[in-house]
Design a protein around this ligand. Structure first.
Ligand SMILES: NC(=O)c1ccc[n+]([C@@H]2O[C@H](COP(=O)([O-])OP(=O)(O)OC[C@H]3O[C@@H](n4cnc5c(N)ncnc54)[C@H](OP(=O)(O)O)[C@@H]3O)[C@@H](O)[C@H]2O)c1
Length: 316
C-alpha cells in the first residue's frame, strides 16, 4: 500500500483509509465483525481511520477506540465534532454560535479525548462547515483554543456532499490542516477548484464515499432496497437507484479496462495527486481484503481515467 503526506501535517497516511459510518449506524452492523475488519485492514497496511461522534451516537468512536487501544503506534485516528444543529447538508447562512459555539466545541473535543483513553486524536474535524465562519471572531478564538488545548493534534473540516466550493476559502486560509469531501466517479466536482487549491496550500485531502454509498461496488440491482431505519433507504430512492443503475451500465459499456467496477472506483480516487487518503466503508473482511488489494495497484492509466471522466454526474 502506498502512503502519502497528509497535507503539511507531519503525518503520512495509507491511500486506503477505513470509514466507520456504516459500522456505527447502518442496518446489519455487528460490532465483532466491525472490529475484525478494522484489525484486518491495519494488518494489511491501512493506517487511516475516520469516525464521527454522531455515528451511532458514539458507537463507531467506541469501536475505534477499543481497536486502537490494542495497537501500539502508527494509527492516524480521525473523528468529527458533533454539531448542535443536525442538518445534513448544512444550509448556508447559519451562525457558528448556533451550529457549534465555542463551549460546545471544546466540550465535544474533551469528550473525544476521554473516549480515546485520554489521548489526543490525530485529527479532529468539524463535521459541517460554512466558509463564512472564517469572518466570525468566535470561530477564530475557538480554533485557536482547540489547537492550544492538546485535545487534538490537527484540525480539519468536512464539506457537504456535492458542494466542494463551500470550503475554498478555508483551504486558502491557513486555518485548517485537512478537508474531507465526497469524491468518486460520479462526483468529480472537487477536481475543478478544490483540489488545485489544496495542492497550492498543502492541505490534506480525505476523499470520502468512493463507492457512492455502495452503488459503485457493482452489486446493486434496480430492486435493491434498504430497511427504513437505514439512511441508505432515503439516499437510494427507487428513482435515484434507477438513474444510478443506468449510469453504472453506461460505465460498464464504455470503459473496457478489464477491471471490476469497485477497482475502477477506488483507484479513480487515488489517481488525483491532491488526494491523501480515500476512506471506504468496509464492514466485511472480504471487502477489506479486496479493496486493499485494488489500492495496492496504484493510480489508473491515463486512458482509463479519461474514459471515467466522461461519467461525471453533477447531482443537485
Ligand atoms: N459528512 C461526512 O463527513 C461523511 C458523510 C459520509 C461518509 N463519511 C465517511 O466516509 C466513509 C466512506 O463512505 P461510506 O461508507 O458512506 O460509503 P462508501 O465507502 O462509498 O460505500 C460503503 C459501502 O460499500 C460497500 N463496499 C465496500 N467495498 C466493496 C467492494 N469491494 N465491493 C462491493 N461493495 C463494497 C460496503 O460494504 P460493507 O460495509 O458491508 O463491507 C458499504 O456498504 C464513511 O464510512 C465515513 O467515515 C463522512
Amino acid at each position: 500500500v502506498e502512503y502519502r503526506d497528509l497535507g503539511s501535517t507531519d503525518l503520512s497516511v495509507s491511500v486506503i483509509g477505513h470509514g466507520l459510518w456504516g459500522m456505527g449506524a447502518w442496518a446489519g452492523s455487528v460490532d465483532e465483525d466491525s472490529v475484525a475488519a478494522l484489525r484486518a485492514s491495519n494488518e494489511l497496511g491501512c493506517t487511516f481511520y475516520d469516525s464521527a461522534q454522531i455515528y451511532g451516537e458514539g458507537r463507531s468512536d467506541r469501536l475505534l477506540a477499543s481497536f486502537a487501544s490494542q495497537r501500539d503506534t502508527g494509527l492516524v485516528l480521525a473523528s468529527k465534532l458533533e454539531p448542535l444543529v443536525r442538518k445534513f447538508p448544512l444550509p448556508s447562512g447559519l451562525k457558528f454560535a448556533d451550529v457549534y459555539g465555542r463551549d460546545h466545541v471544546l466540550k465535544s473535543a474533551r469528550n473525544l479525548f476521554n473516549t480515546f483513553g485520554d489521548r489526543p486524536l490525530s485529527l479532529v474535524q468539524f463535521h459541517v462547515w460554512d466558509d463564512a465562519w472564517l469572518d466570525d471572531p468566535e470561530f477564530m478564538t475557538t480554533i485557536d483554543q482547540l489547537r492550544g488545548s492538546a485535545l487534538a493534534l490537527h484540525v480539519g473540516i468536512s464539506l457537504n456532499g456535492g458542494e466542494p466550493w463551500t470550503g475554498l476559502r478555508a483551504v486558502g486560509s491557513q486555518v485548517i490542516d485537512t478537508v474531507q469531501v465526497v469524491y468518486n466517479i460520479f462526483e468529480q466536482r472537487p477536481g475543478d477548484e478544490l483540489f488545485p487549491a489544496c495542492l497550492e496550500n498543502d492541505v490534506g485531502v480525505i476523499a470520502r464515499v468512493p463507492l457512492d454509498e455502495g452503488s459503485l461496488g457493482g452489486t446493486f440491482t434496480r430492486d435493491t432496497r434498504f430497511p427504513e431505519t437505514d439512511w441508505r433507504s432515503t439516499y437510494f430512492t427507487p428513482e435515484r437507484l434507477a438513474e444510478t443503475m443506468g449510469r453504472i451500465e453506461a460505465i460498464e459499456a464504455d470503459v473496457s479496462s478489464g477491471l471490476s467496477l469497485p477497482e475502477l472506483a477506488l483507484r479513480f480516487c487515488i489517481s488525483h495527486g491532491a488526494v491523501s487518503t480515500v476512506i471506504c466503508g468496509m464492514r466485511s473482511l472480504k471487502h477489506v481484503r479486496t479493496n486493499v488489494d485494488y489500492m495496492s495497484r496504484g493510480p489508473l492509466d491515463r486512458d482509463v481515467l479519461d474514459a471515467l471522466q466522461r461519467h461525471r454526474w453533477d447531482r443537485a
